[in-house]
Design a protein around this ligand. Structure first.
Ligand SMILES: O=P(O)(O)OC[C@H]1O[C@H](O[C@H]2O[C@H](CO)[C@@H](O)[C@H](O)[C@H]2O)[C@H](O)[C@@H](O)[C@@H]1O
Length: 364
């Protein structure tokens, strides 16, 4: 396998934070009114408290408790579905919009191809979903874009003909099985890891997180090689503050890492300018669609981290995003599907359409 250049850029905030902690404060300017040290410390405590509260708010937001039968929910849902109609209901329009263009499929895993379950190690994909994705990959170039590390997601999917972008796009690999889209196994050489230098740090943080959170019942910590996850789906809500504090106390030693939130999961990620949106763009370039007008990328995902990819498509003005959700959520995706079963139906319809569409009407 060949390896492409490693591009790593760090956010200023992480570096600044490190400098602030080690440097002596500069001399006060003329007219400077000294603030008592006690008040500064108090303010720092308030800021730290606010940060924990923000973290707790995000943890709650990742697990909304909607009462579907209330009139206000119905009203909110009806207005949302008008803005993000079902991709199944809009299938004819989607077909029309993509005619003559090369569809490229991007699929998130958890909550999109497999239903959300309590134990991340048991998030199995159904056999019918696997068959559908296999057929899909015969019709269109298809990539899995996931927060999980490639090895874990591959164990669930087991389809060698797909592109994989694991660890939130920080680990990109091409198909290992020859297909229509990677003749002569050219794509097999593809390996792109923009956060490679963070692997030892993530390993260290993972071990510290396991140690720090072991007193919190229900917590699961996962090592995804280029990032780590702390699951709180099975942690009693009364202990969320304690858990957020444990995680933050580990992270404060690592200014080059930052925290994001997924579905009942805290994600620890390197502070580099890379996300699922960048991974999508990279894959389109790899497939030869860098400056192409006749490409039609479709990204299906259910989580906050998928928004980076939805936004990328919206910025490019190409294709569209589909959010998998039963509940109204703020999103840049154009369409929606309620659950993995609907995703499967949508993919099956694409396959059937592709098979009956004369060659002249679609690009491949
Ligand atoms: O990008 P994704 O493929 O959606 O991965 C995001 C996270 O997915 C997994 O966690 C989620 O699914 C679990 C199994 O259903 C569920 O228990 C958890 O609450 C969800 O957040 C995965 O375990 C994480 O590491 C991924 O970051």
């Amino acid at each position: 396998m060949t390896q492409q250049n490693v591009v790593v850029s760090e956010t200023k905030s992480g570096i600044n934070a490190a400098i602030t902690m080690t440097q002596k404060p500069p001399a006060p300017p003329a007219g400077y009114i000294p603030i008592p040290r006690r008040r500064i410390l108090k303010n720092l405590e308030i800021n730290a408290g606010q940060r924990i509260n923000t973290c707790i708010d995000s943890m709650r937001a990742s697990s909304p408790t909607h009462v579907k039968s209330t009139p206000s929910f119905a009203e909110e849902y009806n207005s949302w579905i008008l803005r993000h109609p079902s991709a199944l209901d809009m299938f004819e329009q989607i077909k029309d919009a993509s005619k003559g263009k090369q569809i490229v499929m991007f699929l998130d895993y958890d909550g999109t191809l497999s239903p959300i379950v309590d134990d991340p190690d048991r998030a199995f994909m159904s056999e019918s979903m696997r068959k559908t994705v296999r057929k899909l990959a015969r019709c269109f170039p298809t990539a899995i874009v996931t927060g999980r590390c490639i090895d874990k997601v591959y164990n669930f999917i087991r389809l060698a003909e797909l592109y994989y972008a694991g660890s939130h796009g920080m680990d990109i690999k091409g198909p290992t099985k020859e297909s229509k889209y990677n003749k002569n196994n050219k794509a097999e050489a593809l390996l792109f890891q923009p956060a490679r230098e963070f692997v030892p740090m993530i390993n260290e943080v993972y071990q510290k997180l396991v140690e720090k959170t072991k007193s919190t019942p229900g917590v699961i910590v996962e090592n995804h090689k280029f990032c780590a996850s702390v699951h709180f789906r099975c942690v009693d809500e009364k202990r969320w503050i304690e858990l957020a504090q444990q995680v933050k106390s580990v992270l404060k030693e690592y200014p080059k890492l930052h925290l994001t939130h997924g579905r009942k999961v805290l994600e620890i990620r390197p502070s580099i300018k890379w996300d699922k949106g960048k991974a999508l763009e990279f894959l389109l370039e790899t497939l030869g669609f860098a400056n192409c007008n006749d490409v039609f990328p479709v990204y299906i995902g259910d989580d906050k981290t998928d928004e980076d990819a939805f936004k990328k498509l919206s910025d490019r003005g190409q294709g569209f995003g589909i959010l998998v959700s039963k509940f109204p959520k703020e999103t840049t995706a154009s369409y929606s599907l309620q659950e993995p079963n609907e995703v499967m139906e949508f993919l099956q319809r694409l396959v059937v359409w592709k098979k009956v569409t004369p060659r002249s009407r679609s690009r491949v």
